[in-house]
Design a protein around this ligand. Structure first.
Ligand SMILES: NC(=O)c1ccc[n+]([C@@H]2O[C@H](COP(=O)([O-])OP(=O)(O)OC[C@H]3O[C@@H](n4cnc5c(N)ncnc54)[C@H](O)[C@@H]3O)[C@@H](O)[C@H]2O)c1
Length: 243
């Protein structure tokens, strides 16, 4: 099937890198009109140029920045049909060593970010009559790990926020969560230092890390009509994480 998102007007956050960039490329190929949001302006400009889509430099943790970005997308497209929240940050450190600034950063980007984009976009998605929200949480939301306590808490928060929204959106907006396991992106580059794919994938049924394009395919399923009766789901895409 091609053209699965023909004419659909969609905001993608975190579009400059990793999963967000893979989602931008795939959604553009499927015919969507995209507003690509990211704080990393240069990388965002490159993806926007490559895909022929709109770059909107945005700090998702900043209320005014998000409101201006959504307003800009609406002005350009005349409406909004979809929102993908892929922007996120990772700080891996034990709680006793974590600064309050890092705690605040994690909460601001990973939780306040999706709160702000959802709050701003929802009325427009409802007006579309067939709105869709896809939030990228993490396997850590349901399997929190050592040195990832605060990151995991932000992702558990995003999962809870998404599940609660099911009860607030009405019949015209679907919302679903993707919880990726280990995916090969800039965020996880450090894990490969001195280790090969097999070594980093020991506790996975599928003995390799996931690729951002595989998360993009999952996001396409959730954004498209193929998932027309799926809402409130948390789709774990972890290569069969064991234990
Ligand atoms: N890579 C993994 O293994 C993995 C696993 C589970 C969940 N996740 C989540 O998936 C999402 C995508 O991660 P990725 O691996 O593609 O990471 P990435 O670092 O490649 O991309 C994240 C993007 O978010 C952007 N960003 C950061 N702060 C921002 C802000 N304040 N405003 C706007 N944009 C901002 C960055 O500039 C970057 O382009 C994140 O939410 C991450 O937490 C990643």
């Amino acid at each position: 099937v091609s053209g699965q998102l023909q004419g659909r007007r969609i905001i993608v956050t975190g579009a400059a890198s990793g999963m967000g960039a893979a989602i931008a490329r795939l959604f553009a190929r499927e015919g969507a009109r995209l507003a690509l949001l990211d704080i990393s302006e240069n990388a965002l400009g490159a993806i926007a140029e490559e895909t022929g889509q709109l770059a909107v430099p945005t700090d998702v943790s900043d209320e005014r920045s998000v409101e201006a970005a959504v307003k800009g997308a609406i002005a350009a497209f005349g409406g909004l049909d979809g929102l993908v929240n892929a922007a996120g940050v990772l700080v891996k450190t034990p709680v006793v060593e974590m600064s309050t600034a890092d705690f605040d950063k994690l909460i601001s980007v990973n939780l306040r970010g999706p709160f702000l984009t959802c709050r701003t976009a929802i009325p427009h998605l409802q007006a579309s009559g067939a709105g869709v929200i896809v939030n990228i949480a993490s396997l850590a939301a349901v399997r929190p790990g050592a040195q990832l306590a605060v990151y995991s808490a932000t992702k558990a928060g995003l999962l809870a926020l998404s599940e609660a929204l099911v009860g607030e959106l009405g019949p015209d907006v679907r919302i679903n969560v993707i919880s990726p396991g280990l995916i090969r992106t800039a965020m996880t580059e450090y894990i490969w230092k001195g280790r090969n794919d097999d070594e980093v994938s020991l506790n996975r049924q599928i003995r390799r890390p996931g690729e951002p394009e595989e998360i993009a395919e999952t996001a396409l399923f959730l954004m498209s009509r193929q998932s027309s009766y799926v809402s409130g789901a948390n789709l774990v895409v972890s290569g069969g994480h064991l234990g």
